[in-house]
Design a binder for this molecule. Sequence first.
Ligand code: SF4
Length: 192
Amino acid sequence: MGPVNSIDALAKATAACRRCPGVRPGSAVLGPANGGVAAEVLFVGEAPGRLGAGRTGVPFSGDESGKRFDQLLASAGLSRERVFVANAVLCLPLDAQGRNRTPTRTEVRACAPWLTAILGLVGAPVVAALGATALAALGSIEPHGLTLGKAAGRSHPWHGRELVPLYHPSRQAEIHRPWARQMEDWRALNGG
Ligand code: SF4
């Protein structure tokens, strides 16, 4: 990886990245739509979705998870202008039938240097992991020993910042964490 000293340079570098054979080539979602480097909260999601960011180029937009992300953001008293949204895996992982799939550990490992570069550029004092994949990706950058079930909704010192593990905003996460509880979890982003 060459030197990257701006989100623009990082966007160009990640657009050209071909480390992962199982993702849509050149589909990294990174650019001005992710947020600004002065963001107060840096969110880390899992990967772009086929009907969401993989189509719109804007993280958490255009699909149900995007709508739910905006609702949770509002419940925490935050707005898109105040946050940056990254992903553990920047490109769109698809299965052989062209459907969304969970990124593999190998893909998460391959993309970790890009996530490290994003952390270096976006100095947000609070980092929020959205789901287990994001939490594991951050743990590969600096171990935190946290698990989602035990640590969600609370702030933990990590890597010179505060790390807040949260459930992914997808509807499936409600199996593990009811919606009302997730709204409570998100208040930890505002010290609540
Ligand atoms: S997911 Fe990350 S490491 Fe893999 S090809 Fe895309 S930018 Fe490169």
